[in-house]
Design a protein around this ligand. Structure first.
Ligand code: AMP
Ligand code: GLY
Length: 424
């Protein structure tokens, strides 16, 4: 089969790495890809992941049998719909199902209607009404822009003043454009977070192993929120009992609800969970694989990923059972100085071959080729991943790998997986 992965970050590198292992994968393409991905797939540059017509045209030209969509934006723009019209199989939800990530008010209203556990909330299109509600409820309280805001639309406010400021930023200053036309104001949930990703064909849903990412930029979960500074799997906070409970009370009802609403959901359903004293509750849904969760989950999957994704696309996931390596995986993100604020690009990266030759998985997140060298091209530059018999062993190995890659201004967190290690 000819397979095309859409996207060009660490998540897509991990997807390509796993897809390339399949005997069913004859030719692998990635759009736009990156220099790391280029070692295992043919990169299709100069087409944007948001250019739906351009992607469909290219997929036809390359006789693609299966398209795997990495990021959320093309899904919310209707890439899956457009590919299906051309009879090209796709892993990823259609536009009317990707709204589960694309609109927080949609997903909150769905959860309320179908009794899926989540934080108490109200939706507002009027800033004054939103602020009155905040004053009535008090802090801590959480303010979220309704639409896609590249992970930056959420404020966990410790005070009423901070929450009101967040409403102004979203609704008055329109920091996130039309994504802020309405806001969700939500009860603050106390607990540990976990990511539970699942494969679904719209009927059957099968959870992957649970993982955890590290959203804050500095050690000890301090500093600004980022796209994720590291991850590990399996996350011990999600016990067998909690996974079973989340499957019955969250994953299965959500897929059934989407079908009932005429929005059959197919692809990867990402449930961001808070493990509260009352059990697991949904923080958010994403319509795609997590980044950097994918980088630790997929290396532990024993199944042929092409087979699993085809089953999702074709509606026969009930015939599949997943099996997982009895190991753990840890991912360190190596980032550019200044990230998640502004940072310089174009720094030459050294040590990529030494890290690979020493057995580390090196996924490229933000790199490009320039004059025969590989240079930095993003805030999150590299993902160093290792597996081991347990989290500690995987963490120690990956941390050794981090020391092998070098560029001017490189930094990473040192305490990835600390919550799992504290449980030991
Ligand atoms: P989201 O983009 O919805 O995942 O929110 C970003 C982050 O904000 C989450 O990963 C949580 O750490 C935090 N967060 C979101 N909603 C809540 C909530 N209701 N209670 C506590 N923390 C939250
Ligand atoms: N790791 C968080 C996300 O992918 O949204």
């Amino acid at each position: 089969m000819n397979i095309l992965v859409v996207g060009g970050g660490g998540r897509e590198h991990a997807l390509c790495y796993k897809l390339a292992q399949s005997e069913k994968c004859e030719k692998l393409f990635c759009l736009p890809g990156n220099p790391g991905i280029a070692e295992i797939a043919e990169c299709v540059e100069n087409i944007s992941v948001e250019d739906i017509d351009g992607i469909v045209k290219k997929a036809k030209e390359l006789a693609i049998d299966l398209v795997v969509v990495g990021p959320e934006v093309p899904l919310t723009l209707g890439l899956a719909d457009a590919l299906e019209k051309e009879n090209i199989k796709v892993f990823g939800p259609k536009k009317n199902a990707a709204i589960l990530e694309g609109s927080k008010s949609f997903s909150k209203n769905l959860m309320k209607k179908y009794n899926i556990p989540t934080a108490k909330y109200e939706v507002f299109t009027d800033a004054t009404a939103a602020k009155d509600y905040i004053k009535k409820e008090g802090a801590p309280i959480v303010v979220k822009a309704d639409g896609l805001a590249a992970g930056k639309g959420v404020t966990v406010a410790a005070t009423v003043e901070d929450a009101i400021q967040a409403v102004d930023a979203i609704m008055v200053d329109e920091t996130f454009g039309s994504a802020g036309a309405s806001v969700v104001i939500e009860e603050f949930m106390e607990g540990e977070e976990a990511s539970l990703l699942a494969f679904t064909d719209g009927e059957t849903i099968i959870p992957m192993i649970p993982s955890q990412d590290h959203k804050r930029v500095f050690d000890g979960d301090k500093g600004a929120n980022t796209g994720g500074m590291g991850s590990y799997a399996p996350a011990p906070v999600m016990t067998e009992k909690l996974i079973a409970e989340a499957t019955e009370k969250i994953l299965k009802p959500t897929v059934a609800a989407m079908k009932k609403e005429g929005r059959k959901y197919q692809g990867c359903l990402y449930a961001g969970l808070m493990i509260t004293s009352e059990g697991a509750k949904v923080v958010e849904f994403n319509a795609r694989f997590g980044d950097p969760e994918t980088q630790v989950v997929l290396p532990l999957l024993e199944n042929d990923l092409v087979e699993v994704m085809l089953a999702c696309a074709q509606g026969n996931l009930k015939n599949i059972s997943l099996s997982w390596k009895k190991e753990a995986a840890v991912c360190f993100v190596v980032a550019s100085k200044g990230y998640p604020g502004s940072y310089e690009k174009g720094k030459v990266i050294e040590g990529l071959d030494s890290a690979k030759n020493a057995g580390h998985l090196v996924f490229h997140a933000g790199t490009k080729s320039k004059d025969g060298k590989i240079v930095t091209a993003g805030g999150r530059v590299l993902n160093i991943v290792d597996m081991g018999k347990n989290i500690r062993e995987a963490r120690d190995k990956a941390y050794d790998g981090v020391a092998l890659v070098k560029f001017d201004g490189a930094f990473s967190r040192k305490d990835i997986a600390h919550r799992a290690l504290e449980r030991e």
